[in-house]
Design a protein. Structure first.
Length: 330
């Protein structure tokens, strides 16, 4: 008797929704494009406008020049601040160099900045949960450096000291893992029972929604592919969330060609999502790559509807070239 041939399981893709661009990223990228249209190249951008390699390269081709520090921008030029926000000292540096500025800080990051300023005025010790060195954390810390202590995860809690345990509040970077942040908050509350929470959630709606979608598909997926750049905090978190939700394997890629075919060995279900700074064209590239290898059946895993939009920075409603010239002349 001949043995029966095993039928390989059907190959399918679980596609997370929502995924990709959030309202703050969309606003920031459009702001650079509009500035280039209105004022012509070059428009300088301090740091990557959003943490995505493809977006930065695309805007560079259109005439945006990305710099690390304000001092690199020629006097009398236009400079845009990235979606991650900047400290007040950066605004002061720009004024000293007579730069016309466009502030593309995400309004949800601005909200955290305002909370930091308010709690500092009320003389609270502020425990900022976030990753050391991340641009958003640097910007928020700069709003009240004398009052803010960075807490980089639950393991940091033991060494945190405050002046008055009854006058301490926590804030957070907007792009963190919700679960890890709450783990840190729980540890802080154990140490400081009087800890005050921010008036509203600091972790952005888009970060939360993308994590919920990945959790929903993680348990079913043998492999999760997250499209995003390695310096994108929310994209890196999606890989961690996928693994935590039970995915067999998870990887972060910028482009489809970075996928290793070996990852597909023994895989029948692939989850696909993208970070909040990733344009959909990159996800389409991954879906096409998978389709060519037999993963043609795509199911949507829907976690939430998103309808939030933000208006463009107010500075795009006036003539900044003229303003820059006037600043330069003094």
């Amino acid at each position: 008797m001949g043995g029966m041939t095993a039928v390989p399981p059907a190959r399918r893709v679980l596609l997370a929704a929502p995924r990709g661009y959030c309202a703050g990223v969309d606003r920031a990228v459009i702001a650079v494009e509009k500035a280039l249209e209105q004022y012509g190249a070059p428009v300088y951008v301090r740091h990557e406008i959003v943490h995505n390699k493809y977006v930065v390269q695309t805007l560079e081709k259109k005439g945006a020049i990305f710099v690390e520090e304000t001092a690199e921008v020629p006097e009398g030029s236009i400079v845009m601040f990235s979606a991650h926000g900047v400290a007040p000292t950066v605004h002061a540096e720009a004024a000293e160099r007579k730069l016309a500025t466009i502030d593309a800080t995400c309004p949800l990051v601005t909200k955290v900045h305002k909370e930091a300023v308010r709690f500092a005025k009320e003389d609270y010790d502020i425990l900022l949960i976030g990753h050391e060195g991340h641009e958003e954390v640097i910007g928020t810390s700069g709003e009240a450096p004398e009052h803010i202590t960075l807490v980089d995860g639950p393991e940091d809690v033991a060494k945190v000291e405050v002046r008055d345990p009854e006058k301490v509040v926590w804030l957070s970077q907007t792009t963190l893992s919700v679960d890890e942040t709450m783990e840190t908050v729980d540890a802080l509350k154990t140490k400081f029972p009087g800890l005050v929470s921010p008036p509203s959630d600091d972790i952005c709606y888009a970060t939360q929604n993308r994590q919920i979608a990945v959790k929903q598909m993680g348990a079913e997926a043998d492999l999760v592919i997250v499209v995003g750049s390695r310096n994108s905090s929310n994209s890196v978190r999606l890989v961690e969330v996928a693994l935590g939700a039970g995915a067999g394997d998870a990887h972060l890629v910028d482009f489809a060609e970075e996928i290793d075919e070996a990852w597909l060995d023994g895989v029948s279900t692939v989850g696909v999502t993208s970070g909040a700074s990733v344009p959909e064209v990159l996800v389409e590239g991954v879906l096409e790559w998978l389709s060519q290898r037999g993963f043609e059946d795509v199911e949507i895993v829907k976690a939430a509807e998103e309808s939030i939009t933000f208006s463009l920075p107010k500075e795009l409603r006036r003539d900044l070239r003229e303003e820059a010239t006037r600043l330069l002349r003094g």
